[in-house]
Design a protein around this ligand. Structure first.
Ligand SMILES: Nc1ncnc2c1ncn2[C@@H]1O[C@H](COP(=O)(O)OP(=O)(O)OP(=O)(O)O)[C@@H](O)[C@H]1O
Length: 761
């Protein structure tokens, strides 16, 4: 239940100095800044010229299409150029979107053209103005099609009544009500009544005929029988288009047309990448294209200086490819960015495109998986085609493990399809040469499952590992995110960022962004004009402990158990030398548990056996307190026990810390992965299990001894917890006296002090 930070960071290699990188970077950013300023100046002067023309306000001038100003009006048009621009502005061009994409010579020009295209695109304007989305449009289109079909149906509806030959003879012909007969399309006969018959309900009568010959014969016979020789009914022969048949064709066509328009299908003339919704667009890649400015620069990516240094080479190459070609250098085609979630892989890729000022094409590996065979490979082809058209550019494939897993691991058809897709990716990457000017970046959390063919030189040649940020990087990331917040004026940004960084060990960049946002939300919820340290403390608690469940009321027995459990953690940590300093302990139920303890773990790259042992004891402190005070066990310690077991297995099998087992290290399977073969035999497995049991038992014994000795202290803390729900370090000092070990650094003392101030505020 108590939240502990157990874990061992891998050795970090920090070979290069940050200073040399920042020097190189700043020179490049100055050059870029100058060129962008010139472009901005040019754009603003063009805008001013155009505005000048329109400000003249002559409707005549606006309607002119000729290049020359009309006679007598020359003084209002000092430069011909202005008229040309304005005349061009007035023209409504509708270039093919994909043609426009191909013209990559001048990004600014393209941008202006696109802007213009957008301005005159009635559909876009219409959608923007009425803020329609495609679902609304689709519904309206279906409704309109229904109304139109209904109108056509009622308008062209035949109002005649079908009768039989016998009825016709007996009720109409004999009674002399028939004016004339129309034989239509040699199929049926329309009976037109004599003048004076009421036709308001029924326009005409009709009956079917087998053939014209038999109809003529029968009519002849009937008329002879009725002695109507002298007043024979005239018969007219005509052909007509069947309006019902017409309606049957028109209505579905109308419906289809409207549907195509509404869904912006490629066939409807408006083609937007990846937005097609029918089978026609299945082979199109769903890559998203950011043509101009990703909005992210290297200064927005804090920490990870080594990664930035590595990736800077691509920026230089994309800006000056000739320099590299002159020297005969080939730029690596692809770089794999790997690391735990939220460490800034996507952000770094975007920043690379932003720095180099080239288009950014991003796609997710899972978007290549489709139930249809061959679609994945077709999408890979389409994506690379898109990248070639926009070169120089950066193509970023996120979660590449969904696409590039090791081949030959499965026998299912889906795996065959995934292999086809991967093969296509390998082929496409081979097809690129250094003159293509497309840099491929890929992001993954699982570099270990990628196919070796993908990682060979010539494909993803470089591998950049983005580790969870250390305290310095976390402070830098905090600074990036804090600058967007309206902070209390008493807060000193640098110091505050460093303190927050120290309080949040193990936090990734995404976690930090989340804490900053949470703090701002809390401040807004309490109608505070500024975000202050109190809000950050609450945000941190929320991120670590989860959402408070105020409505979750525990029964007294349960609450007491939780209080003693948490007190057990707190007291063991207090009296163990290598345990992390405690900041806060709480029994307020949250979405993550019924209580939690917050520690201030040190920034370790290496852990000693003593440290790991003490951490195990602190984790067991809760369970042992339950044993000592209640002589019964609950499920409250599940999370603690999981951590203890993990740590014990790591010590025995990976860190070689078990004397009986010796200095050996094995790779343990990842959680959730299927183990096909173990790297050790049955006797070794038995020995590992035995050693883990011995280690955990030793930690349990040690903790039991400590808790029994400090029974009084645990009881004191638990009672105070039941009273106050949350205790800070100062409360523990008051109850237990100062911790019998010296604090590690002045900074740590500061933080602890600061934590007390926060509590008092
Ligand atoms: N180094 C950093 N500097 C500033 N902000 C960062 C940094 N790293 C991460 N962030 C923040 O975290 C957010 C998420 O980062 P990003 O999407 O790049 O992570 P990721 O490594 O690609 O994650 P995943 O592996 O889950 O795709 C970013 O939008 C940014 O706000």
């Amino acid at each position: 239940m108590g939240l502990l930070c157990l874990g061992v960071g891998p050795l970090r290699i920090r070979a290069r100095t940050v200073r040399s990188w920042s020097r190189e970077f700043s020179s490049i950013s100055t050059t870029r800044h100058n060129s962008s300023a010139a472009a901005a100046l040019k754009a603003s002067s063009t805008k001013r010229n155009c505005e000048g023309f329109y400000q003249l306000g002559f409707p005549l001038a606006r309607s002119l299409s000729a290049n020359k100003p009309p006679r007598g009006f020359e003084k209002f048009f000092p430069k011909n150029q202005q008229i040309n621009q304005s005349a061009e502005k007035g023209k409504v061009k509708d270039p093919e979107p994909f043609q426009a994409e191909n013209e990559s010579d001048d990004g600014n020009k393209n941008h202006q053209r696109e802007e213009k295209h957008k301005r005159f695109d009635w559909w876009t304007c219409f959608q923007e103005k009425w803020s329609f989305n495609n679902t609304i449009v689709l519904n309206i289109a279906i409704g309109a099609a229904g109304v139109a079909s209904a109108f056509l149906f009622f308008h062209f509806r035949e109002t005649g009544v079908h009768i039989s030959w016998k009825d016709f003879v007996e009720h109409y012909l004999c009674k002399g009500l028939v004016d004339h007969l129309q034989v239509i399309n040699k199929q049926y006969v329309r009976v037109i009544p004599v003048h004076g018959v009421d036709t308001s309900q029924v326009n005409y009568l009709w009956f079917n005929i087998g053939s014209v010959d038999s109809f003529e014969h029968n009519l002849e016979v009937v008329q002879q029988e009725m002695k109507l020789e002298c007043t024979k009914v005239p018969v007219i022969y005509s052909s007509e288009t069947n309006s019902t048949a017409l309606l049957g064709i028109v209505a579905p066509l109308l419906l289809m047309g409207l549907l195509l328009l509404a869904t912006q299908h490629p066939l409807s003339g408006r083609r937007i990448r990846g937005h097609g919704t029918s089978v026609f667009s299945l082979s199109e890649s769903k890559a998203k294209l950011l043509k101009h400015n990703t909005g992210v620069k290297f200064e927005d990516v804090a920490g990870c200086e080594e990664a930035k240094l590595e990736i800077m080479e691509f920026v230089n190459y994309l800006k000056n490819p000739e320099k590299y070609r002159d020297l005969g250098a080939k730029i690596p085609k692809g770089t794999l960015l790997s690391g735990p979630p939220g460490t800034g892989k996507t952000l770094l890729a975007k920043a690379t495109a932003g720095e180099a000022d080239v288009p950014f094409i991003s796609v997710n590996g899972s978007e290549f998986q489709e139930m249809f065979v061959g679609v994945g490979a077709a999408r890979v082809r389409d994506m690379f085609g898109l990248a070639r058209r926009h070169a120089p550019c950066i193509l970023f494939i996120d979660e590449i493990d969904a696409l590039g897993r090791k081949r030959g691991n499965g026998h299912f058809s889906s795996h065959n399809e995934q292999e086809n897709t991967l093969n296509q990716l390998l082929v496409e990457m081979d097809g690129f040469n250094s003159s293509t000017n497309v840099i491929i970046l890929a992001g993954t959390n699982r570099a270990d499952v990628l196919d070796p063919a993908l990682m060979r030189p010539g494909r993803f040649d470089r591998h950049i590992l983005l580790e969870p940020p250390d305290i310095k990087s976390r402070a830098a990331i905090f600074k990036v995110h804090l600058r967007n917040l309206k902070l209390d004026s008493s807060i000193k940004l640098d110091l505050f960022a460093t303190k927050l960084a120290a309080l949040m060990p193990g936090f990734s960049g995404a976690d930090i962004a989340n804490v900053c946002n949470e703090a701002a939300l809390i401040a807004a919820r309490h109608l505070n004009p500024h975000v202050d340290s109190k809000h950050f403390e609450q945000a941190m608690e929320r991120v670590i402990g989860g959402l408070k469940h105020s409505s979750h009321i525990l029964q007294l027995a349960e609450r007491t158990t939780v209080a003693y459990h948490e007190a057990g953690h707190a007291v063991t940590g207090w009296f163990l030398e290598y345990a992390d300093p405690l900041l806060k302990v709480s029994i307020v139920p949250t979405s993550k548990g019924l209580g939690y303890s917050q520690y201030l773990p040190k920034e370790h790259d290496l852990f000693s056996r003593e440290q790991l042992f003490d951490q195990m004891c602190v984790a067991l402190g809760g369970r042992v307190a339950e044993e000592v005070f209640f002589k019964r066990l609950t499920s409250a310690a599940q999370d603690d026990l999981r951590k203890v077991t993990q740590s014990a297995y790591a010590q025995v099998t990976q860190f070689g810390m078990s004397e009986a087992f010796g200095p050996m290290s094995f790779d343990l399977p990842h959680a959730g992965s299927i183990v096909l073969e173990k790297s050790f035999g049955e006797p070794t497995a038995r020995l590992i299990d035995e050693e883990v049991r011995v280690l955990v038992a030793a930690a349990h014994k040690h903790t039991l001894k400590l808790v029994t000795e400090k029974r009084q202290a645990v009881s004191l803390v638990a009672k105070r917890l039941l009273e106050k729900e949350s205790l800070h370090r100062s409360d523990l000092v008051e109850l237990l006296g100062p911790r019998p070990f010296k604090e590690n650094s002045l900074f740590e003392k500061d933080l602890i002090e600061d934590n007390r101030n926060v509590k008092e505020a």
